[in-house]
Design a protein around this ligand. Structure first.
Ligand code: GLV
Ligand code: MN
Ligand code: MN
Length: 413
């Protein structure tokens, strides 16, 4: 790698949308558009073929081998509001550097072409449309799904906003995707395992499954002063109890669970709420553990009903690529450990279509989706070196004929 070039490009991309209290490159905003345009400019300056596809993904292409499919490296540029400086953007800068380093000195023999991708709208902040770009590339978006992406109030639709950025269902459904042999993503761990164990490289074996949705609790609207305590049907109290129980149930099950939103109606200090809605997000690398936790939680509710529920199964990653990543770390003199990913990534979508590898570096104190997100410069450079080394090995071999392990074998740790 060329460390000077890596840091210059990484810093350049990081500063877009950066404010005092964190990164604001939320998908489908001007800042996000500016970040994607900046990446395109960098690709062009480096003499690579760069373009935006019909889903808003940015591609950088290096194709020295005739008729060969591509090893694609990438991540995302969009952030959550008040986000960190590493989530996604680090992986894109690392992919750019690895691609340029290979372009500068190609492995011998070379049996794959190389490409970079910055997937659009990984975070799904505004329209609940996370993993948008990778789902489009893999053909997992239908017109119905696209038309149904909307904000939390149900009044703004992605299909009305996206055309301002040149994206329509027409363009999303007519993507001309390069043939992909392998997908590699380098990301900050976003959790504490590597930082705590002092190990610089994580080889991901499984990406967490996730259940998300909303629960509505119903009570009786009434007067805050005149209604005796035993006679109340307080929707907000039902919701609050459910929030506490989620915490207890997932904790016992070994899963994680979050309520990030709570809204009560009519929302006046002197009125007992007749309706309260909570969001929830439950995750585990084991689908069985996740399903049992969700079932037990729903059974514990009083006055609640579930709506807008959707789930994604855990995704095991390709063992042969895990081996190549571990060997690359060892070649670089770095310790590596197998870890599950508790965050979702575009890699979990890509893994359903192509052999996929996910590499982690430590996040200091495991903090992420926050302005305090930080990874040490040395760990960043080590991660880029492992990504580049893995890419070189894969471009010089052909893993495509090897079969992935079964789901159960892929889980663990
Ligand atoms: C995305 O970063 C997620 O894990 O929710
Ligand atoms: Mn994120
Ligand atoms: Mn991310």
């Amino acid at each position: 790698m060329n460390a000077t070039r890596f840091w210059a490009n990484f810093r350049h991309l990081q500063t877009i949308g950066k404010r005092k209290d964190g990164a604001y490159r939320v998908a489908w905003t001007e800042e996000d558009q500016m970040a994607r345009q900046t990446l395109l400019d960098l690709l062009h300056q480096e003499g690579l073929h760069g373009y935006q596809d019909g889903a808003g993904n940015i591609w950088g292409i290096w194709s020295p081998v005739d008729n060969a499919p591509y090893l694609v490296m990438g991540s995302h540029l969009d952030s959550v509001p008040r986000g960190g400086d590493f989530d996604g953007v680090f992986g894109v800068a690392a992919a750019l550097e690895s691609l340029l380093a290979m372009r500068d000195k190609a492995p011998e023999p070379l049996c794959l072409n190389g490409a970079l991708v910055a997937f659009a709208d990984e975070e799904g902040v505004g329209f609940n449309s996370g993993l948008f770009g990778s789902r489009a590339v893999c053909g997992f978006l239908t017109r119905e799904i696209f038309n149904n992406f909307h904000d939390d109030s149900g009044t703004r639709y992605l299909a009305e906003t996206a055309p301002r950025f040149g994206i329509t269902w027409e363009s999303v459904s007519h993507l001309d995707v390069i043939p992909i042999a392998v997908y590699l993503e380098l990301h900050v761990e976003q959790g504490p395992n590597l930082d705590r164990s002092g190990i610089p490289v994580g080889v991901v074996n499984v990406i967490t499954g996730r259940s998300q949705g909303f629960a509505r609790f119903v009570g009786q609207q009434n007067h805050a002063g005149t209604t005796p305590m035993p006679l109340r049907e307080d929707a907000l109290l039902y919701a609050a109890n459910a929030v506490v129980r989620l915490n207890q149930i997932v904790g016992r099950a070994g899963a994680v669970g979050t309520v990030g939103q709570l809204k009560a109606m009519p929302g006046s200090p002197n009125v007992i709420a007749d309706s309260a809605v909570v969001s929830f997000d439950v995750r585990s690398p084991s689908d069985t553990v996740r399903n049992i936790a969700v079932r037990d939680w729903v059974n514990s509710w009083h006055g609640g009903t579930l709506f807008a529920y959707h789930e994604e199964a855990a995704v095991p990653l390709y063992p042969a690529i895990q081996d190549v990543i571990a060997r690359a770390a060892s070649k670089e003199g770095l310790k590596a450990m197998t870890v599950p990913s508790w965050a979702v990534h575009d890699a979990m979508i890509m893994a359903k279509k192509v052999p996929t590898g996910l590499i982690f570096i430590p996040s200091v104190q495991g903090i992420s989706h926050a302005a305090e997100e930080f990874s040490h410069p040395q760990h960043c450079e080590e991660g880029v070196r492992v990504l580049e080394d893995t890419a070189r090995s894969l471009c010089a071999s052909d893993l495509r004929r090897q079969e992935p392990k079964s789901e159960d074998e892929g889980k663990g740790s």
